[in-house]
Design a binder for this molecule. Sequence first.
Ligand SMILES: [Zn+2]
Length: 333
Amino acid sequence: MSNAPSPAVRSEGTRAGNDAQRGISNTLAYSRTQAPATVRCAWCGHQFDSTDDHLTGRVRCAQCGVATTSPWPSDEQLGAAYADWYRPTSGRFSGLGDKVLRRTRSALADRLHRLVPPGPVLDVGAGDGTLAAAFVRRGREAVGLEPYATGPHIRNAAIEDVDGNWSAVIFWHSLEHLREPARALTHAAGLLVPGGMLVIAVPNATSLQARAFGDRWLALDLPRHLVHLNPPALLSKLDALGLRVERVSYLRGGQVVFGWLHGLVGQLPGHPDLYDAIRRTEARQAAHSPALRLYAFAAAVAALPFALAATAVEVAARSGGTIYIEARRDPAS
Ligand SMILES: [Zn+2]
């Protein structure tokens, strides 16, 4: 998305930022933008009507239960939403955050390197290429697809433009950013070698935390998240693609504890945004005073025991804030 945002879009972005500072949720701020209402489910293609659930900033499909962001953002709006502040070259998080991110990607690469057959892996929505680089360090060829970044293992291409034979295709918190996620999965399944693996981590829109925090849930992330998926919709799609689901985890997908922490802190007066507070100054959506950051951090420390307990409950109930899936193509096919 190389288009520069138009002035009109930029002023919408500023308004969303101002709304965030006034304690209005990003979801509500986005729902007030002037983009056209969404007419179809981005997952199953169902045409929306009065039977669907019209929520703030999204519509939940009566056919498949997946919600689609509405209004449907233009390319210009998405370009503005992924502007430099979202992922600056200096890294997104302050202090330990980026280090933790690198370590968890490294652990994921270790696991998948053991599980998948020899051959290259494709990371769709690769960010700055941390996961692809972790595979390369293990001696495995890896390519990351990412429209908003450059790097030694990164290509600016859509999954539909990729061909060849791949040992694994990974959608690590990227499927929800795609305009046609079901089509992307279908194409990805066709790229797998026999025994190859499709790996998906996405926010779980029917999780306990999604229901607890509603329009303020961290992982709604409008308008960047275009679809809001649930486990049954994903699993039935993988089944239809002929893949065998080998693992479903409600913890491995990451962000579960942070989803609770962010939600609990956001309930406080002034609705402090913990996600913005942990980001580097240049990576924040709205300006934060040091006092507001301190308030958010102190609240997070106080809320941590509750967040850990809530995480344990929702993971045990198999209703965690993220869903992680490993699905394999039949080795004999
Ligand atoms: Zn649908």
